[in-house]
Design a protein around this ligand. Structure first.
Ligand SMILES: Nc1nc2c(c(=O)[nH]1)N[C@H]1C(S)=C(S)[C@@H](COP(=O)(O)OP(=O)(O)OC[C@H]3O[C@@H](n4cnc5c(=O)[nH]c(N)nc54)[C@H](O)[C@@H]3O)O[C@H]1N2
Ligand SMILES: Nc1nc2c(c(=O)[nH]1)N[C@H]1C(S)=C(S)[C@@H](COP(=O)(O)OP(=O)(O)OC[C@H]3O[C@@H](n4cnc5c(=O)[nH]c(N)nc54)[C@H](O)[C@@H]3O)O[C@H]1N2
Ligand code: SF4
Ligand SMILES: [Mo]
Length: 738
């Protein structure tokens, strides 16, 4: 008689972090329920995870390696994702593809990589990957071992790297909100961030929500009254792309009104006098004109944050998607420094960094290869030696693929990413990918990108995967084990695929298994992956936790860690660097300055006449993780179409009704979306979904040219000078009914 067995794991249908219990019967996943004992998610689970069985056993899943069976020489690369149902539902075949064994796929790919590497050097092989999934650091490790400096991810310059780098430069380490300890913040600013939808992304939604419910005063800086803004007491609906102006004015007000933390500033910061002189021109009334936020809201928010402490400044992605990302993030970071909201209970804290860093084999990359990293000499904090995680600049990689400048990128290995939907200027991405000699895609589904490949490798999904999960990212106050409980078809975990390739190519590090790596990372805690996974609380390390959380290691948080370090922060001066000499030495402004978005009512007045609305893209939606999940029926029913949020007054002006299809145009193209007419967006701003393609339209290019936000975005210069950030938000657009 079979019975149900349960396993504790961690959901990773997004960046991951919610505790789950997976139930199995006869080797099949039959149920997934929230883990009420998880100290982070505390019984919370979102719709993506609730419908995980549909994803795992979806009839469209690719279950074995596929090899291109059409004549590329004759027709060129094109979308070849058409499927046929053979023998009833659930048995999909792809007539343009041949099923092959893992051994054949890996051996053929390794052979091709080896010959390209010999002929043109390892830099001619690019490695692309998607955002923060289980295999993330392993892909970086593989790129280093292979000897190519040209790995990239569509986040990085446009996501998270500016926040991490600026934190390191300003405070010495990355910082994240303290929703984990016993002290509830009194004030929380959600700045360009909507964690109640996008969590876990540094914090977990239920904990942020609990802080608000316990009385924290919420302030949302967002052109949209987002799900999080609706729970806040104050909403600052700014013009997209003007965040730096707002932050400068807040610094101005806090300093000039003497609301700053004198003790912290005197003892723990450098450059206060220079900062004070610098911000004098950036008054709240100046910022009000730039941002569109009334002066009183700016000053009230500044006073609240500076005075009603401890305060959290929970910053999000929106501050990183314009070509002034370095200075925007710096200006916001300085607010913590002048108010002393650093590493105190209930403020932003440094975290415990429990794990040893992932062994990415950085030393395996030759000096010569490092010099060839595309875009690195220009964007020093993205690709240079001082970069947190040096990577290539995507527009430069695309150019090298398409035009062979400065050298030809001949092959791309793409893990868990759908660049046709997630990189700016999708048409260019398509042309660049079309010029590749070899394209290998690891994915679970036939995506538009996968359908152009030479080989598709069937990836395992998270219930089929072992890995360590850190919460929050980078700072790791806790470590959890995600565990493999099922196998589906011939699908393999990406780390395994990478190791198999590494073994065939005889790369450094290939002797180490994933388990070796996980155990090495856990070694400071005196615990193994197996012990963590099994919730082995009798092990010495697990016994050190305050509570029995099962598969989670979560020691008590420590605060004011700099005090233990002789009152020194991990910066060159040992202080919080309001004025950054490091930036100055690299040729960047040491104090933050505001730059108007390159495409805006002020910067491009003529263009604004033709495109009279401000476009922002990509606010997260609960049902989807970027381009994922469009084939999951339950989720698709909840959100069947791509949506554009438009203010009621704008809708009236352009004759648009709620729920009807409209055209949205930018200087780069036109797409169609469904209008959502609402008061919850600033007048003059249009917010559109990103990541859209239509799995059901395999016979017409997956509808990739219909509603893809990245047809409207720009990969062209100017870029942020340090990170190479391109423009995904704060662009211009026009709208019209169809
Ligand atoms: N216009 C606009 N564009 C944006 C953004 C925006 O706000 N606006 N945001 C940007 C940001 S911040 C980011 S981080 C990027 C994200 O960009 P990407 O990371 O490219 O996005 P995804 O759509 O998540 O990539 C998903 C693919 O990975 C597959 N997948 C899921 N899990 C696994 C796995 O375990 N293994 C493998 N091999 N495949 C898996 C999915 O099936 C899917 O096809 O998008 C960026 N693009
Ligand atoms: N469900 C789900 N969760 C996700 C993801 C997903 O695709 N789906 N993606 C994950 C990834 S990779 C990331 S990076 C995070 C991002 O998650 P968040 O950091 O929360 O970012 P977004 O939701 O993209 O945008 C946050 C808010 O910024 C606002 N905004 C738009 N333009 C501007 C602007 O110019 N200034 C300001 N201040 N606000 C602006 C939007 O209206 C939105 O409400 O989410 C992660 N979590
Ligand atoms: S928020 Fe993310 S980790 Fe939590 S249940 Fe949803 S998809 Fe999973
Ligand atoms: Mo991201």
């Amino acid at each position: 008689m079979s019975h149900t067995k349960t396993y504790k794991s961690v959901c990773r249908s997004c960046h991951g972090g919610c505790g789950v219990i997976l139930s199995l019967k006869d080797g099949l996943l039959v149920n997934v329920t929230p883990d009420r004992k998880s100290p982070f998610s505390r019984g919370y689970m979102c719709v993506k995870c609730l419908n995980i069985k549909e994803m795992v056993y979806h009839p469209d899943r690719i279950l074995s390696p596929l090899k291109r069976a059409w004549d590329k020489e004759a027709t060129g690369r094109s979308f070849r994702g058409i499927e046929q149902e053979i023998g009833g539902k659930g048995n999909k075949e792809y007539p343009n593809w041949q099923k092959i064994s893992w051994d054949q796929a890996l051996s053929e790919i390794a052979e091709k990589l080896e010959s390209i590497r010999k002929e043109s050097g390892p830099e001619s092989i690019a490695i692309g990957q998607g955002t923060g999934r289980h295999h993330y650091m392993d892909v970086v490790r593989f790129a280093n071992a292979l000897g190519t400096p040209n790995w990239y991810e569509p986040g990085l310059s446009n996501c998270f790297i500016p926040r991490i780098t600026v934190s390191n430069l300003t405070y010495g380490r990355f910082i994240s909100p303290d929703y984990y300890g016993e002290t509830t913040p009194r004030t929380i600013i959600f700045w360009g961030h909507n964690p109640l939808v996008s969590s876990p992304d540094g914090e977990v939604a239920p904990l942020a929500l609990k802080a608000l419910e316990k009385g924290a005063y919420g302030i949302a800086v967002d052109p949209r009254r987002s799900e999080t803004a609706k729970k806040c007491r104050m909403w600052l609906p700014l013009r997209p792309g003007t965040d730096c102006a707002l932050a400068l004015a807040m610094i101005h007000f806090i300093i000039n009104e003497n609301l700053y933390d004198h003790d912290f500033v005197e003892n723990h910061t450098t450059g206060f006098q220079e900062l004070k002189a610098h911000i004098q021109t950036f008054s709240p009334s100046w910022a009000s004109d730039v941002t569109g936020i009334p002066v009183k809201l700016i000053t009230d928010a500044s006073r609240q944050y500076a005075v009603e402490k401890p305060s959290v400044l929970d910053w999000g992605l929106a501050i990183e998607q314009t070509p002034n990302s370095l200075q925007t993030v710096r200006a916001i970071a300085i607010l913590r420094g002048i108010t002393g909201n650093i590493d105190a209970p209930g403020s932003d804290t440094f975290g415990a960094s429990l794990l040893k860093p992932y062994p990415v084999l950085r030393a395996a990359l030759s000096k010569d290869a490092v010099k060839k990293r595309l875009g690195a000499s220009e964007f020093k904090l993205l690709g240079g030696p001082r970069a947190f995680m040096p990577s290539a600049h995507i527009p430069a990689v695309m150019k090298a693929m398409q035009y062979g400048e400065p050298y030809k990128i001949r092959a791309l290995l793409n893990f868990g990413s759908n660049p046709l939907t997630t990189i700016a200027n999708a048409k260019k991405v398509h042309d660049a990918i079309s010029s590749l000699e070899l394209l290998v895609v690891s994915d679970m589904f036939m995506t538009p990108t996968a359908s152009m490949a030479d080989y598709i490798l069937p990836a395992a999904f998270w219930p089929e995967v072992n890995q360590l999960v850190e919460i929050p990212y980078v700072t790791a106050n806790a470590v959890m084990a995600q565990q493999k409980v099922i196998s589906v078809g011939e699908c393999r975990q990406d780390e395994e695929i990478l190791r198999e390739l590494a073994l065939r190519l005889d790369l450094p590090g290939s002797e180490e298994s994933l388990e070796d790596i996980m155990n090495y990372r856990l070694s400071d805690l005196g615990i193994t992956f197996d012990e963590l996974k099994n919730g082995n609380s009798s092990s010495s390390a697990a016994a050190a936790t305050d509570d029995d959380y099962g598969n989670t290691f979560f020691p008590k948080l420590e605060y004011y860690k700099y005090r233990k370090n002789k009152n020194r922060f991990h910066t060159p001066s040992g202080k919080v660097e309001l004025y950054s000499k490091s930036l100055e030495r690299m040729g960047y402004e040491p104090l933050p300055i505001y730059r108007e978005p390159p495409e805006s009512p002020i910067a491009t007045k003529k263009l604004y006449e033709k495109y009279p609305l401000i476009l922002t893209t990509g606010s997260r939606r609960k049902e989807y993780f970027h381009s994922d999940n469009r084939q999951i029926e339950t989720l698709r029913k909840r959100r069947p179409h791509p949506v554009a949020d438009i203010n009621t007054k704008d809708a009236k002006l352009y004759g648009i009704k709620n729920g009807e299809n409209i055209e949205i145009s930018s200087p780069r193209g036109t797409i169609t979306m469904c209008a959502f007419v609402t008061e919850d967006i600033a007048q003059g701003v249009v917010n559109i979904d990103h990541g859209w393609w239509f799995p059901e339209k395999a016979d017409s290019d997956f509808g990739i040219w219909e509603s893809n936000a990245n047809i409207l975005t720009s990969d062209a210069p100017p870029y942020d000078k340090a990170f190479g950030t391109y423009q995904l938000r704060a662009l211009l657009c026009a709208i019209a009914p169809i």
